[in-house]
Design a protein around this ligand. Structure first.
Ligand SMILES: N[C@@H](CCC(=O)N[C@@H](CS)C(=O)NCC(=O)O)C(=O)O
Length: 217
């Protein structure tokens, strides 16, 4: 059964693939699962039809027959459980890859999001100039720790996994901030993720939505 995901009708990131449908698109592309996309306006996201799927009125969601999911991490995990390619077979390696999925979303993403929200929504506040360096220091702490752990490895735990997929999407939120520049191994890690054919297909699909040229068929 072809799953349907939701995405912004017009993404505020202007096609840079920072919205969280990108994670789901990328996971689906990695495992070779075709999918449909239902595009939503901001007002449609807050209407009851969508709130039945997503209690917080956000994207992405994932529908597959009777199953309806929200939360990008849970959706990527579901895809990784249903198909080969995103989680290792070996039980311990699989548990470690899942640990990295949680680490990406629970430990690395929060300080990056805090900074992103401040730059987007709080730059006109009187305290912004004072707060930004504090938020950036918190990001740097996590980046430093992650950089040390990654070392000169290609991926976080041997082979590419859903943990890397989520971590790369989280780190991409720093594109343009200059914060990754001090960590060449993390910049190379993100570039390695972006070079994957499945990433490129997912990127192009979301860009086509922004450009108003979604593929037909
Ligand atoms: N923790 C959720 C966050 C979902 C989320 O914040 N989605 C954003 C797009 S990336 C959204 O829908 N924003 C619009 C809004 O919150 O009204 C997930 O990972 O799926």
């Amino acid at each position: 059964m072809t799953p349907t995901i939701t995405a912004f009708e017009r993404s505020p990131d202007r096609g840079r693939a920072l919205a969280r449908d990108m994670r789901v698109r990328w996971a689906l592309e990695e495992v070779g699962q075709p999918y449909e996309v239902r595009l939503l306006s901001f007002s449609e996201m807050k209407e009851s039809a969508h709130l039945k799927l997503h209690p917080f009125g956000q994207i992405p969601t994932y529908e597959e027959g009777d199953l309806a999911l929200f939360e990008s991490g849970a959706i990527v995990f579901h895809i990784a459980e249903q198909h080969a390619g995103l989680l290792p077979e070996d039980a311990s390696a699989r548990a470690r890859a899942i640990t990295w999925m949680f680490a990406a979303l629970n430990t690395v993403e929060p300080p990056i999001l805090d900074r992103g929200i401040a730059t987007l929504l709080e730059h006109d506040k009187t305290w912004y100039e004072e707060r930004l360096p504090i938020l950036e220091d918190r990001v740097r702490v996590r980046l430093g720790e992650l950089s040390t752990r990654l070392g000169d490895a290609d991926w976080l735990d041997d082979a590419f996994s859903a943990g890397d997929l989520l971590m790369v999407t989280v780190l991409r939120r720093l594109n343009g901030s200059g914060l990754l520049d001090r960590y060449p191994n993390l910049s190379a890690y993100v570039a390695r993720g972006e070079a994957r054919p499945a990433f490129k297909r997912a990127f192009d699909a979301q860009l086509a939505v922004f450009a108003g040229t979604p593929p037909t068929g």
